[in-house]
Write a protein that binds this ligand. Structure first.
Ligand code: GRG
Length: 259
């Protein structure tokens, strides 16, 4: 089954009764140039485990909605105060601060609405629990709070702020596939997320304000750390053999990426 992710992202977005301005703001950041790494992980994990992709598509859309909301909120003046996102003016610059906050809020709700529509209804609970854990107070939002705090361990910030949503993506792919290897795939996602953030820190080491691995420990150490995490990620999916080739390629991409 070939999944058209872009049209699925459009299809699961609420339309009926949504004010036009809000829908425009939600679409504006969602349909700008994102790498779609997290939803692709949901789909590729499900496929590599021989699952039914129809159960993975709503979860893939959901994690991209959450990710997009986090980017919109992260750019706000109260957070990173960034004017550019995905190559375009940030949401609060294009619209206004209130609209940007509300677009993020609505995307978060849309994520759980998408999960509620999973064809096999028995999966809705476990998928929602995984997404809430990765996105919520002990996951991404908690990580953002630690990043803003004066003292916090870099590893804990990265585990929560970035790796938690990667972990949720791969965990949801395994849940959608009804696999008994959920823990292996969660580990793969967590290590991938740590590597992703270390590489991001190398690419973004001039960025103001953030606690940055490459700035604190040097570029070489950050690269070594990322390579080790990618090795651990690949180790966790070794049991897949040849069926893990796409996941292995994603891990290579995370290490080699330049943007
Ligand atoms: C504000 C609730 C809230 C959370 C913020 C995800 C996040 C936490 C902040 C975004 C800024 C940041 C540096 C996050 C670390 C994760 C990261 C590198 C996000 C960017 O992900 P990409 O490169 O983005 O996959 P695209 O645009 O390609 O989807």
């Amino acid at each position: 089954m070939k999944v058209d992710l872009e049209s699925a992202l459009d299809r699961y977005l609420p339309r009926r009764g949504v004010p036009r301005l809000l829908r425009s703001a939600m679409e504006y950041t969602l349909f700008s140039a994102g790498k779609r790494l997290r939803p692709q992980l949901v789909l590729d994990v499900c496929e590599s485990l021989g699952g039914d992709l129809r159960n993975a598509v709503p979860a893939a859309c959901a994690v991209e909605y959450i990710h997009t909301y986090s980017l919109i909120h992260d750019d706000l003046p109260a957070m990173d105060d960034d004017d550019v996102r995905r190559g375009k003016p940030s949401s609060h610059v294009k619209f206004d601060e209130a609209t940007a906050i509300l677009a993020g809020d609505a995307l978060q709700a849309a994520a759980f609405e998408a999960i509620a529509k999973v064809p096999d209804a028995s999966l809705a609970g476990p998928l929602a629990a995984s997404l809430a854990r990765g996105a919520g107070a002990a996951g991404m939002v908690g990580g953002q709070v630690l990043d803003l705090a004066p003292k916090a361990s870099l590893r804990e910030i990265h585990l929560k702020k970035t790796a938690a949503l990667f972990e949720t993506s791969t965990e949801m792919g395994a849940i959608a596939a009804k696999s008994n290897r959920v823990r292996n795939l969660a580990h793969y996602g967590r290590q991938l997320g740590l590597a992703f953030q270390a590489v991001d820190d190398i690419l973004d080491r001039d960025e103001k304000g953030r606690k940055n691995y490459a700035v604190l420990h040097g570029v070489e150490a950050a690269r070594r750390f990322a390579a080790k995490a990618v090795g651990a990620a690949k180790g966790a999916i070794k049991f897949l053999g040849a069926r893990g080739i796409r996941l292995s390629r994603i891990a290579d991409f995370v290490l080699a990426r330049t943007h």
